[in-house]
Design a binder for this molecule. Structure first.
Ligand code: XMP
Length: 333
């Protein structure tokens, strides 16, 4: 990632017309740069990589090869949406890899959060590299770098300490030499969204809440097991559905469930029922450096609790995390 700075006179992309102009300019530039060569992209399904994919498909069609690695730590329905939007609607040249078993085997028994993050990041690079080596004629690697990433890397270069090793897809070993294409690297997130909508991506994909690179891996606390991961995925889907239904999804910056590796005694159908607690986290922030707690109306909490405890196998309690950042980070790991 080079540390190019955004020109001070660059207009903020706030309207569809400005987005169209940006897209036209980028399409022209991408075509000139790429010629008849191929471009590789790691498509996570997040806003940034999705917008880059849509932009490149518009510019060079099937010369873009998008690789979507499902690490088994995606939220419910997410990989399916990537396939539906990119392969079926946009006719992308999409390689889909279900690496769930490979990831869960590697992560089995690993409880340390930083070790988990490192395994998830390294495994991604290994899989992506394997796929890249199978392809011929690829000269470019596209990345969904955005301007805050560049600002963050400048800060890190200046020696500010990171609290967690954030993992994002896209890094490749140095012996694999690609020229980089980073068409949205001067854009802020709000501009990326305006461009995404102008490219025809679904609203839900463009306005998706932030989701960490290691996915549900950092919310299935401690050593990940398949049954607890599945419980987390189902509980999280219920939380998201209920937030959508009552309009909270539009208001809350990030909301999710974490499931710790502890069990408590409960009762179900007149019998002892040991299960995990589902912890609700719902926060607002401007830059993710600090965060405040969103107040959720009790009737909404009651409904979510009733649904999760009755519909999700293995969960017998629902708790709410009321800790701002600091002292809690947004994620639990
Ligand atoms: P924390 O937990 O550090 O999170 O308060 C701040 C924001 O960053 C997201 N996050 C990540 N994003 N890769 C990412 O792309 C990561 O490894 C990662 N870890 C945390 C978190 O979801 C929150 O929005």
């Amino acid at each position: 990632m080079d540390s190019v700075r955004r020109p001070e006179n660059m207009a903020r992309i706030t309207t569809a017309a400005l987005a169209e102009a940006f897209i036209a300019e980028q399409v022209k530039e991408i075509r000139e740069t790429v010629g008849d060569k191929k471009v590789l992209l790691a498509l996570s399904g997040g806003v940034d990589s999705s917008v880059v994919a849509a932009l490149l498909i518009k510019a060079i069609g099937s010369q873009l090869i998008s690789v979507h690695v499902n690490h088994g730590l995606m939220r419910k329905g997410e990989s399916e949406q990537v396939i539906e939007v990119f392969r079926n609607q946009l006719k992308a040249n999409l390689v889909y890899i279900d690496a769930t078993d490979r990831y869960l085997d590697k992560l089995a028994g690993v409880a340390d959060p930083e070790k988990k993050r490192k395994i998830i990041g390294a495994e991604f690079i290994r899989i992506f590299e394997e796929e890249a080596r199978k392809l011929s004629g690829v000269e470019f690697l596209a990345q969904g770098t955005i301007y805050p990433d560049i600002l963050e890397s400048i800060k890190q270069a200046e020696g500010k300490k990171a609290v967690k090793s954030h993992h994002n897809v896209g890094g490749l070993p140095e012996d694999m030499q690609f020229a980089l294409i980073e068409p949205i690297k001067l854009l802020y997130k709000d501009e990326v969204r305006v461009v995404g909508e102008a490219l025809g991506l679904p609203h839900g994909m463009v306005y998706r809440q932030p989701f960490p690179g290691p996915g549900l891996g950092v919310r299935c606390l401690g050593a990940i097991t398949r049954d607890r991961l599945e419980a987390l995925r189902e509980a999280d889907a219920i939380l998201r559905e209920e937030f959508d239904n009552c309009g909270l999804a539009e208001r809350v910056w990030q909301y999710f469930i974490a499931v710790p590796d502890i069990k408590s005694v409960g009762v179900k159908d007149d019998s002892r029922y040991e299960g995990w607690p589902a912890i609700i986290r719902a926060v607002n922030t401007k830059d993710a450096m600090t965060a405040t707690i969103e107040e959720i109306p009790y009737p909404v909490l009651h409904k979510i609790t009733a649904r999760i405890t009755s519909e999700v196998k293995g969960i017998n309690r629902v708790l709410m995390d009321l800790t701002p950042k600091p002292t809690g980070t947004i994620e639990w790991e």
